[in-house]
Design a protein around this ligand. Structure first.
Ligand code: SAM
Length: 287
């Protein structure tokens, strides 16, 4: 089996199996070996590692992962890709292919069973429409994970990495940064994929914190505040939070909390750091 990750062998495989791309699954396969090598390097994969790959496609990245890792579990939703993967990965004895929707796989159980509870590494060239549910699902369900190295839409990578005071800063930035340190490793142009996506892409590595960067009494409550603040981005924090259904916060309580934190009564949520959201949540939660 030829090494994939280049236009010639990708076309050969696609023709051999008369494969038709499915738009609904966000299928854009990597055809650039430099990018694939860079992803493996960024993810820091060694022969000690148990790796979960989300969406292996025809197996281009899986081949690189299989060579670098101890063991790889590749979860692919499209059943038409399974015979192709069995072919392109036939030489690798350390790869298991699973035909399933990643959102339905119990990754916590898989990681605990296959890696003795030690943290796994997750690597993926993700279908862009499910980037956020996948990442948040992994963090929130407490999958023992050391890092997630993923190709995402360029703008999404930027949103995950920025801090307050920029237009891209929002609930996703705070949610990711609560769990992990985000580092953009590289930008990848559409020409590196087949078919070419309409948007630019980026590889971002999320390195999970051993200890949360802020001390918060109730994570869920803090994230309700964060979502409410950014849902009404143009409003002051006091008005945004007071109007948020489900929170039931009184204007005075919010204003008092801001005063206690020495913040202006007209401050907007988009200027608050994660630390400040945690502090605000702790004060309001107590009340
Ligand atoms: N990793 C391959 C590569 O780099 O060439 C393919 C990447 S392609 C952008 C995304 C892959 O994820 C496709 O193979 C698609 O069928 C698969 N996929 C889409 N939704 C999925 C889901 N919910 N669970 C598992 N795989 C999914």
């Amino acid at each position: 089996m030829p090494k994939l990750g280049n236009p010639t062998s990708t076309i050969e495989i696609l023709e051999k199996y008369h494969f038709v791309f499915q738009k609904k699954y966000g299928q854009n396969f990597l055809i650039d070996s430099n990018i694939l090598n860079n992803i493996i390097e960024t993810a820091d994969i060694t022969k000690e590692d148990f790796v979960i790959e989300i969406g292996p496609g025809i197996g281009s990245m899986t081949q690189y992962l299989a060579e670098a890792a101890r063991e790889v579990y590749a979860v692919e939703i499209d059943k038409l890709l399974i015979p192709i993967l069995q072919d392109t990965l036939s030489e690798y004895t350390n790869v298991t292919i699973i035909n399933e929707d990643i959102l339905k796989v119990d990754l916590k159980k898989l990681a605990e069973e296959k890696n003795n509870g030690r943290p796994v590494k997750i690597v993926a060239n993700l279908p862009y429409y499910i980037t956020t549910p996948i990442i948040m699902g992994i963090f929130e369900s407490k999958v023992p994970v050391e890092s997630i190295t993923i190709m995402v839409q360029k703008e999404v990578a930027e949103r995950m990495q920025v801090g307050p005071g920029t237009k891209d800063y929002g609930a996703l930035s705070l949610a990711v940064q609560f769990y992990a340190k985000p580092v953009i490793a590289m930008f990848v142009p559409p020409t590196c994929f087949m078919p070419q996506p309409k948007v630019g892409s980026a590889v971002i590595k999320l390195i999970r914190y051993d200890q949360k960067p802020v001390d918060v009494k109730n994570d869920g409550f803090m994230f309700s505040l964060i979502r409410a603040s950014f849902n009404q981005r143009r409003k002051t924090l006091v008005n945004g939070l007071q109007n948020a259904s489900g929170l039931q916060l009184e204007k005075k309580a919010i204003a008092d909390a801001l005063e206690k934190m020495k913040l202006s009564p007209t401050v907007r949520g988009e200027t608050l750091t994660l630390q400040q959201f945690a502090e605000l949540a702790n004060i309001l939660y107590q009340e």
